[in-house]
Design a protein around this ligand. Structure first.
Ligand SMILES: [Fe+2]
Length: 167
């Protein structure tokens, strides 16, 4: 039987992070990707379905927020690829990986939407923060930088949304 001309697999990776650490960081970033995607979809859902006297401002605010979240999923997925792993990208995988629940099937009232989004941003912030010990140990500065950027946004957005709930 003729030998295959090439049996080489993917090129090995040697960026100074052990295989074990690359796998663990990619797994953590996959959770962050799933959380971010889920929060993106919920925010877009609320942009479509918000109603009441605050319609104009919330419809516009949710649009700015889902656009930011949509733009955020790409760098997270591409960091996973740079670490040599496959980025999850299906609703089934995201449902397994995400720490956030899907948006309710029946649209909640406007302020309940705001409350759900506050909780969502706080949950994504917790997921991002939980990865720091791992990336710090591996001197994975690009992942640490990405996590820092995401934390800044999620904590700021949670504050802005939380402010809407004050009397
Ligand atoms: Fe729209």
């Amino acid at each position: 039987m003729a030998k295959k001309t090439s049996s080489a697999g993917p090129a090995s990776i040697n960026i100074g992070i052990s295989d074990k650490d690359r796998a663990a960081i990619a797994a953590g970033l996959s959770k962050l990707l799933a959380d971010t995607y889920t929060l993106y979809l919920t925010t877009h859902n609320f942009h479509w379905n918000v109603s009441g006297p605050m319609f104009n401002s919330l419809h516009a605010m949710f649009m700015a927020q889902y656009t930011e979240l949509w733009n955020a999923v790409d760098p997270i997925a591409e960091r996973i690829r740079s670490l040599g792993h496959v980025a999850p990208g299906s609703y089934a995988q995201f449902a397994k990986l995400s720490s956030l629940k899907d948006a309710p099937a029946t649209p909640p009232k406007a302020l309940e939407m705001v409350r759900i989004l506050v909780e969502g941003h706080e949950a994504v912030a917790r997921t991002a923060r939980s990865l720091f010990p791992l990336v710090d140990k591996a001197s994975d500065e690009p992942s640490a930088d990405l996590l820092t950027q995401r934390l800044t946004i999620h904590e700021q957005t949670a504050w802005m949304l939380r402010s809407l709930l004050e009397e």
